[in-house]
Design a protein around this ligand. Structure first.
Ligand code: AMP
Ligand code: MG
Length: 366
């Protein structure tokens, strides 16, 4: 399959592919997504195939405005309305109860008395999107081209991140082509993503609401609207053998470059000094560090791959550059990656979470 690259002027053609059951790479403010018509189970199944994604890992359903929520969700709590008002469109996914069809609606679809739900399941959203759960992750993205393509397609768009399963998420159309060229119909190029890490996911079907994945909307911002918010333990530590994660996606290896990663946490200056001390003096050790410390790793005749996360104090920039840096490591022949990590305040919690997962929670605290 020849994967077309579309620009803004071609957006109607990209939307037509979605409407027709095809796969389109879609720019969002978080990362590029791999989109399909979320009401078409055949189209959605193709997403799993293109990514090599496990079937029990559900997808997020993207809508162009909050008013579409009630088409797909029921018992929408007041907390969802407050969050939507404050943070949508934006990098926040809310896990809500899936809408079920009434017996009358099912009879109409079925064309007679309902004795089996085989073709038209009781949920409005196909099981392949929700992995058969009674809940669905809903998001209204802020990227204008993203909302426009969904509006033009006229269907909710199911989309995970547009990477091959396990690899770092794509934050440019070029990254996405590296993984998906020949496997999907098209990519709509909307420029580099301005958040750089995937959306925050909050489960609103439990009390108190529970943070399942940190992202562009911070824990502090959520608490500002909701008061109490529980933080799922899988965000900050490795799950034990017998532990079952709350969100299916949490159990999978994620974001990892080929070479093993060691995360170094603590005061930036001491962290950089620690890495410097433990580096081997060859090109086999790559470094991801704050801008200020780049010269520390590039002196003399060393030809070491070093990628900057931006200034130590600019966590927004760390989020924007992180996946690019992890991907860049795969274009080198390093055998080991050392990475500095910001503290966990604000969007630092999301950066630390992705880095820790990339490292399989191999973390050194100094
Ligand atoms: P991705 O965008 O590739 O990171 O994948 C979407 C993420 O959303 C995965 O980690 C899923 O586990 C999570 N997700 C989607 N729907 C639900 C849901 N109903 N309940 C919990 N997590 C969900
Ligand atoms: Mg993903």
């Amino acid at each position: 399959m020849d994967t077309k690259v579309f620009l803004e002027r071609d957006i109607e053609r990209a939307a037509a592919i979605l409407r027709g059951g095809g796969l389109v790479g879609i720019p969002t403010e978080t990362v590029y997504g791999l989109g399909a018509d979320g009401l078409n189970p055949v189209a959605v199944r193709a997403i799993f195939q293109a990514k090599g994604r496990p079937q029990d890992n559900p997808l997020i359903l993207h809508i162009p405005e909050a008013s579409w929520l009630e088409r797909y969700c029921e018992d929408v709590p007041d907390t969802a309305c407050r969050l939507a008002e404050r943070f949508w469109p934006g990098p926040l996914t809310m896990v809500l109860k899936c809408k079920r069809r009434t017996p009358e609606e099912l009879e109409t679809l079925w064309g007679g008395p309902v004795c089996s739900y085989t073709h038209f399941g009781p949920r409005v959203i196909p099981d392949v999107v929700t992995a058969g759960l009674d809940t669905v992750g809903m998001r209204c993205p802020a990227h204008p081209l993203c909302r426009e393509i969904i509006r033009l397609a006229g269907v909710p768009v199911a989309a995970p991140s547009g990477n091959t399963s396990g690899k770092p998420s794509p934050t440019t159309a070029r990254h996405m082509l590296e993984d998906m060229a020949g496997k999907i119909d098209a990519i709509l190029d909307g420029g580099p993503c301005c958040v750089g890490v995937e959306s925050t996911i909050i489960d609103l079907t439990c009390t108190p609401p529970r943070l399942l994945r940190p992202g562009g909307i911070t824990l502090e911002q959520l608490k500002g609207v909701l008061g109490e918010v529980a933080v799922d333990p899988a965000i900050t530590r490795l799950m034990g053998e017998g532990e079952q994660p709350r969100a299916p996606g949490m159990k999978y290896r994620h974001y990892a470059p080929r070479a093993p990663v060691t995360v170094v946490k603590g005061a930036p200056e001491r962290g950089a000094a620690y890495i410097r001390e433990h580096l081997s003096h060859t090109r086999w050790d790559g470094v991801i560090c704050f801008e200020e410390y780049v010269p520390l790793f590039m002196g003399g005749d060393e030809t070491r791959p070093v990628f900057s996360l931006g200034p130590a104090g600019d966590k927004g920039e760390h989020a924007r550059r992180l996946f690019d840096a992890l991907r860049a490591m795969d274009n080198t022949d390093v055998k080991r990656v050392w990475a500095q990590c910001p503290d966990e305040g604000g969007i630092g919690l999301a950066v630390a979470n992705r880095l820790n997962k990339a490292a399989g929670f191999h973390i050194i605290e100094i």
